[in-house]
Design a protein around this ligand. Sequence first.
Ligand code: PMP
Length: 429
Amino acid sequence: PEMRRNMQYTESERLFEASKKCIPGGVNSPVRAYQAVHRTPVFVERASGSHIYDVDGNAYIDYVCSWGPCILGHAYLRVIKAVQAACENGLTYGAPTGKELKLAELIRSCIPSMEVSRLVSSGTEATMSAIRVARGFTGRDKVVKFRGCYHGHSDGLLVKAGSGALTQSVPDSKGVPADYTKNTLVAEYNQPDSVQKLFETQGKEIAAIIVEPVAANMGVVLPEPGFLEFLRKITEDYGALLIFDEVITGFRLGIGGAQGYFHVTPDLTTLGKIIGGGMPVGAYGGRKEIMDMVAPVGPVYQAGTLSGNPIATTAGIETLTILKETPEIYTQIEASARTLAEGMRGHFGESVCVNQIGSLMSIFFTAQKVKDYETATSSDISRYADYFNYMLDHQIYLAPSQFEAMFVSAAHTAEDIAQTCEVLRGYGR
Ligand code: PMP
């Protein structure tokens, strides 16, 4: 976009003040409120390709990409056209369609461990349901999660969560009875010993480990070599299931997700974001023997009025088909992210840690190597806020929190990346 001097945000400010009167904090998801960066959120008017446009007429290069779904960029024509055509046939039926079969087959063809999968409408539902299945299948109650990993806002998983819950320092939400979380055990990401200890003492009661194979809700934290393999082995040894929460990494790290990338196969996988192509879709799945627990085949109940919605599945099918047909996309978005990461490292030097894998990345304002929750939270969040504000005022739209990922899409051009690096070079260190 053309660079604007003295950007105005008056219409966003007006809408935010009005929204605060009838929506909690003015937003429908907490991190959108920009609390961590102390300013009024930008209200979006529309988006196209790599850009979003706000209600004051400002254009931005967007590295939030709706928190992951928009891997092809915004308003990708083929997806939009397919959705428009699908709308003509009705928005929902509450009855099975061939589209649901097609999406399930597409998912299985890319992620073979998802032999049987069930569609839901959000990532939260996917993880909540996967855990219910794991408990039903093993007959055990306890679940291990990692500090700083976020798996949606269901009661039992809102313990030491990441994302907005981390930014706002309320890792444990009010309104969640202690009885709901007493079966949630918390381990440290990338620290096998912490997992080992839990299994040594309670191994026979543990139904599953749930993990983001690449943590992306405490900023992006890569698994250390051997960590995922360790989780695979210890769950097998104790008869527990391994659940990969691939809501972010699925179809993001590659067509086979994180499990394809690292060659570690979980028992159950949860998906969201990209598989809906911008519409609300989630999925959970695994081996038939496990998924046979799910109603109406088995005794684990899970349902949804809008599950497998025809419009949402249309957007998902188109998006996954394009990704499958165009493997170069992954090479391109990874190269873009690498260029950005190198630009950041070059500019800030040793005073920051930039973690990048595929098209996922984060900059941490710490001199430490960020490899777990403790090192992630050593980042100076006031420096992040200052950096965020500078970038936004120079038309670069980043996550308004340290503890989120930066997403690169196929719509980001070499010029977008170069312009981003140029803005960065103008930021004082
Ligand atoms: N799991 C992970 C890894 C996520 O990042 C998120 C959301 N960012 C969720 C689950 C929850 O998904 P949703 O917001 O669609 O409920």
